[in-house]
Design a protein. Structure first.
Lengths: 266, 380, 333
């Protein structure tokens, strides 16, 4: 079975700031990591490979700038078999629709039986790319997978969490699963894995030329994105709010209840 | 000269850090408090390759280099000197002599289990009357057919009782002094070999430190490392290599103290401002960090010289000497910046200060390092 | 020509989810600015009787797809149904709840019909000049807000965070049109083997939406019972500063702070917590902080949105009662 995991390299913090002049993210000095949900996806794929133990392979796909190479090396060092970096200036500025269009094209080129993506990335928090990929390549999906109950060469059985219930779902292969971080606690890279990732394995780069037959070139990149950012701004810094020093207990209660109602907490 | 780390080393460092922070750090205070060997960490360290970093894959090692190994010890020591000690005692003191001086049969027999961490190793040289002066050792071995019979006591042995394989130096010919020393690989379950009392220590309190007792212990002659009388050379060359790892360990302690202090001074407020705003704090940390960076340079250099196959004895001794001194100095001064909280066991800094002291003592005291350095420099 | 603001009415076992009602409220505002109508899309099996309710909450029109294939949520039939609605009616705007259903369904649909989708919006409005929908959402864990436009494709689609938008008061006098749409469903590839409801989950304070946290100022271990009562009426959990954990008053798993857990709830109520840096490190990311403390100079007041100088032991029981009353009043509506 060919298991393909789609990952994203993200800044290792949610504490990023906006440059007030350019209105772009300040990423200097912020280390990059594999998005946590995606990492759980890698671990899940590796566990499935070990469980199947039938020559199944784990392939990692990431779209990003050349620096995303290190995220793919990390996945290789965890034990993945091969890695593809989808990188081209033409891909820049893609929204979720355009991104999923590009990744879907790469999947058509690489081949897949089971596709795993993280639920959502900690930078964008959209959770859209996974289901959009599934639609583009026309395979069924299960998002928010909490547990893979069983797998064989025809189907996979997944536990899927909702707000008030869970479903045990049976999906025929090929299909796409979006993983919650809870799906699997990711292993570390091993020392040997790191050496192998640089010495024995390679990160193959696919650009526009490699994929142009497999997508509509008008549907990718900044121009091909249906949505665009009109403006971005930093949420107002949290400082001291209002302090009430001379209120009775009843007044205090009223102040709090009003605020809770205003914020729809009650 | 290019001082930047390779891509591999950068990724290794990232992995070591994450592993140490997540898996090792949470236990550090507890094992110190309880004076308990961190048994539960051994399989984890094994899984990710910590026990076999600078050894070839053909024997089950990770195929890494000595710098990668030193960096692993450094990162572990940043969060827990006890754990770093158990790895260093295994990977250098026990594995190195087998790899370097063992015959093919011995290597095939012992290395795969040691390098994978299935078995843990230890090293026994020190005796009650033979510390820095190894020629005074009293543990004797004599040949009896296909075996050697060992009698005597080793003391202060790291990983004692926890290890499965011990490298033991013995006197086979007292009249020859250091040239009468012979080294054996001794299995933990050898009849006549037992573990004596466990020491209560000032620092690295989770590390198992005990006597090894040999009472007519029967060791097969095939377990002799090298030839009779080669033991001194084997042990000294092992200690040479060990100095790099203990240097890295001391370096890690210093860095751990600096990191904790750096964070603290930005949070702790006195007289209405963060203590980081005081010039004394800035000067102290500037000075400490400069010393740490200098120590790191000589440590990494020693590792790279060894990896390159060049003579590294001088650098290794300098590395151990300087890193250990830096660790003691940095932990003491960082603790001072913590003030009263630094003296409390709730914070890691007092443990780091206690742990740092051992690096000036074990695997050759700082005074011994200065003798070695002076000899290399042919000062006399 | 596309028109009207469409809203997906989520239902579970025939019961309308709150988020759909909130969406109608928000859609009413948007439709007003556009001079258009609000259309509720009701998908399910045996749910026709819920159409009236959608109108009572403000929908001008309801489109029902009632089919056994829609009894339990499955991506394929739901995506087919929504696509059929969009293709037939050409909405200007289509809103979904950012629930586990909405965030599974909406991206699938947007990819199919080729339009933009903005996730987990917390603010929506209409640009007075261009008449475009401005969709505002948090990114980077809420540190950055971005306003997104979808200029060239229709419908403009968004998933909207539950609990943010204001529902309209129910008004049984409202009237509207109800229309049923028949959709041909293929047998889905995905099969439901089992549905298990209301699974009991273990308490994890990092996942709680609301935390009522006790510090040294609560005075006794018994007072945690009072905090628990407040947490219960709010639908949250209790947590603690280190002192009370060390004193054995409460389990270590509920400790917030440097040596405990880092939490980011929507509401953090610091009760008798002074706000030492070690504690603040674990809760400063909270969305909204209310602090109650006797000590006027407690550092917790430096970061609280609402600070009350007063005695928690007096205020908390009264507050619990008041919250319970306010909630009961809401439910009676």
């Amino acid at each position: 079975m060919k298991i393909v995991v789609c990952i994203k390299q993200v800044p290792d913090t949610t504490e990023v700031k906006l440059d007030p002049k350019t209105n772009t993210l300040i990423r200097d000095g912020v280390p990059s990591i594999i998005n946590p949900d995606d990492k759980a996806g890698i671990e899940t794929a590796l566990q499935l490979k070990e469980k199947l133990n039938d020559g199944s392979t784990v392939t990692i796909v990431s779209m990003g700038p050349p620096q995303a190479d290190v995220a793919l090396r990390e996945a290789l060092a965890m034990g993945a078999d091969e890695a593809y970096l989808l990188s081209d200036r033409a891909f820049g500025g893609s929204d979720t629709y355009a991104t999923s269009t590009i990744i879907a094209a790469a999947l058509k080129k690489i081949g897949y039986d089971l596709v795993i993506t993280g639920r959502q990335a900690i930078d964008g928090d959209t959770a859209q790319v996974g289901p959009q990929i599934a639609e583009h390549i026309g395979i069924p999906q299960v998002s928010y997978a909490e547990e893979i109950v069983s797998i064989d060469n025809e189907k996979v059985v997944v536990k899927r969490q909702f707000e008030d219930r869970y479903h045990i779902l049976e999906l025929p292969l090929p299909c796409l699963i979006t993983a919650l971080a809870e799906l699997a606690e990711p292993r570390y890279m091993s020392v040997r894995g790191i050496y192998d990732a640089y010495r024995e394995k390679e990160v193959k780069v696919l650009g526009f030329e490699d994929l142009k037959e497999l997508f509509n070139p008008e549907y990718i990149g900044l121009k091909g994105s249906p949505t665009n950012v009109y403006k971005s701004f930093t949420k107002q810094a949290k400082g001291a709010g209002t302090k009430y020093a001379d209120v009775s207990a009843d007044e205090a209660v009223k102040i709090i209840v009003d605020k809770l109602e205003e914020r729809h907490i009650i | 000269m290019d001082f930047s780390l390779s891509k591999e080393h950068k990724l290794l460092q990232e992995m070591y850090r994450k592993f140490a922070e997540t898996e090792i750090k949470p236990l550090a205070q507890e094992i110190d408090e309880e004076e308990r060997f961190p048994r539960e960490s051994v399989p984890k360290l094994a899984r990710y390759g910590f026990f076999g970093i600078p050894y070839p894959k053909e024997y089950g090692g990770q195929g890494g280099d000595y710098l990668a190994y030193a960096m692993a010890i450094e990162e572990l020591a940043k969060v827990c000197a006890t754990t770093a000690t158990l790895v260093a005692a295994h990977a250098t003191l026990c594995v190195f002599p087998i790899y370097q001086f063992g015959n093919e049969e011995q290597k095939r027999k012992y290395l795969p289990d040691l390098l994978s961490g299935k078995k843990l190793g230890a090293f026994g040289l020190t005796e009650p009357g033979a510390g820095s002066d190894s020629s005074m050792q009293q543990t004797k071995a004599y040949r009896d057919g296909d075996n050697y019979i060992l009698n005597g006591t080793k003391c202060f042995i790291t990983n004692a009782g926890e290890a499965d394989v011990y490298i033991i130096s013995t006197m086979t010919d007292k009249s020859k002094g250091n040239k009468g020393i012979t080294t054996f690989i001794v299995d933990g379950d050898t009849p006549g070999f037992s573990i004596g009392k466990h020491e209560k220590k000032m620092g690295i309190r989770g590390s198992a430190t005990a006597d090894l007792i040999f009472e007519n212990a029967v060791v097969p002659a095939s377990n002799m490392l090298g030839q009779e009388g080669q033991g001194f050379k084997i042990m000294m060359s092992t200690l040479d290599a060990g100095r790099i790892s203990i240097g890295a360990l001391a370096l890690g302690i210093a860095e751990g103290a600096y990191d904790a202090c750096y964070k603290y001074v930005k949070e702790r407020k006195q007289f209405g401002k963060n203590i980081a705003a005081f010039q004394n704090t800035q000067f102290e940390l500037a000075d400490i960090k400069t010393r740490i960076d200098a120590a790191q340079l000589i440590c990494y250099r020693a590792a790279c010289e060894k990896e390159a196959g060049r003579p590294y004895g001088l650098y290794a001794a300098q590395c151990k000497y300087l890193c250990a001194a830096t660790a003691s100095d940095a932990t003491r001064r960082c603790l001072q910046l913590f003030g009263g909280y630094g003296y409390m066991r709730e914070y890691d800094i007092e443990r780091m200060m206690r742990d740092a002291k051992i690096t000036e003592i074990y695997e050759g005291t700082s005074e011994v390092q200065k003798i070695v350095i002076a000899n290399h420099l042919k000062i006399k | 020509m596309s028109k009207d603001v469409y809203v997906l009415m989520e239902q579970r076992d025939g019961e309308l989810a709150k988020v759909g009602v909130e969406l109608i409220g928000e859609a009413t505002k948007l439709a007003g600015d556009l001079g258009q109508q609000v259309v509720a899309v009701l998908l399910g099996s045996g749910i026709k009787d819920k159409a009236e309710k959608c109108i009572h909450y403000g929908a001008n029109k309801v489109i029902i797809v009632d089919d056994p294939a829609l009894a339990e949520y499955l991506t394929e039939p739901y995506a087919d149904a929504v696509t059929a609605v969009i293709e037939k009616y050409q909405p200007e705007i289509f809103l979904f709840g950012a629930s586990s259903i909405g965030r599974d369904l909406a991206p699938r649909v947007s990819a199919r019909i080729h339009t933009g989708l903005t996730a987990d919006c917390t603010g929506l409005d209409i640009d007075p000049e261009t008449k475009l929908l401005r969709m505002t959402r948090p990114a980077f864990g809420g540190n950055i807000m971005a306003t997104i436009l979808c200029k060239d494709y229709r419908p403009q689609m968004a998933t909207v965070r539950p609990g943010v938008m204001q529902a309209l008061a129910k008004d049984k006098a409202r009237t509207g049109e109800i229309e049923e749409l028949k959709v041909e469903f293929k047998a889905p590839l995905v099969k439901i083997r089992e549905v298990v409801k209301n699974e009991h989950k273990t308490v994890d304070i990092t996942e709680a939406k609301y935390l009522v946290s006790g510090g040294r100022g609560i005075g006794s271990p018994e007072f945690f019972n009072e905090l628990q009562k407040l947490a219960d009426v709010l639908g949250g959990e209790i947590s603690s500063s280190r002192a009370n954990v060390d004193a054995g008053w409460i389990d270590k798993s509920r400790q917030v702070g440097q040596t405990g857990k880092t939490v980011r709830p929507d509401l953090y109520m610091a009760c008798g917590i002074s706000g030492a840096i070690q504690h603040v490190a674990g809760m400063e990311g909270s969305e909204y902080i209310i602090a109650i403390n006797k000590n006027d100079t407690a550092p917790i007041f430096d970061l609280a949105d609402i600070g009350i100088v007063g005695d928690v032991k007096v205020i908390i029981p009264k507050l619990t009662e008041a919250v319970a009353k306010a909630k009961a009043a809401k439910n009676a509506e």
